[in-house]
Design a protein. Structure first.
Length: 200
């Protein structure tokens, strides 16, 4: 019993408190303590969550932009389809000659000659030239040019030249001899047409 009284319980208690205090400090405040590690993990998780939210917001914004672009592409594809309808995928030369003759007849222009000329290939289309020798007044020539520009099919007067008519009956009148180069256009399909079709 005397030995137990002499045993340094206070020193052991103080040592225990010191050990517990060190453990508590390491657990809560040390850089490699569990609390600090958990705080680091929570901060990393919070940063990752913020990053994911930002990516989600960016993704939603991109999808909205994508829908707008798709709508614009559909509109462009529709316009392209309309233009293709004007250009046709085949040039019917006899029909085009008949069309030009019909227009000259409507305004009483005299046609001395009409014949197909050269074909000129371009990147997306083909040009077909027609040469016309016609006789008429200047106002008739202007009216013919206007009528050609208003046709559903795209036709363009590429070049023209005028001179007073050589006909003896026309020397005292306002009749002219005109040489016109008119061009029609044939659409050439390409791989872009397939791409445009996917947006319809």
């Amino acid at each position: 019993m005397e030995k137990l009284k002499k045993f340094p319980f206070i020193l052991i208690f103080v040592a225990y408190l010191g050990y517990t205090g060190v453990q508590y400090y390491d657990f809560n405040f040390s850089s490699d303590g569990q609390v600090e590690q958990q705080q680091v993990k929570m901060k990393q998780a919070h940063d990752e969550l913020d990053g994911l939210r930002k990516k989600l917001a960016d993704g939603q914004k991109f999808m909205k932009t994508l829908e707008v672009k798709k709508s614009e592409l559909r509109l462009q594809a529709k316009k392209l389809s309309e233009y293709q309808g004007m250009l046709s995928e085949g040039l019917d030369v006899p029909s085009l000659i008949k069309l030009l003759l019909t227009e000259t007849k409507k305004i009483q222009l005299k046609v001395d000659r009409i014949e197909p000329g050269r074909r000129i290939p371009k990147e997306y289309y083909l040009e077909q030239e027609f040469k016309l020798d016609i006789k008429g007044s200047f106002s008739q020539m202007v009216l013919f040019a206007q009528r050609v520009s208003q046709l559903q099919r795209i036709l363009r007067i590429e070049s023209f030249s005028f001179k007073p008519s050589s006909a003896s009956t026309a020397r005292s009148s306002n009749q002219l001899d005109a040489l016109l180069s008119v061009r029609a256009y044939q659409y050439t399909p390409s791989k872009e047409d397939t791409m445009a079709g996917s947006f319809k």
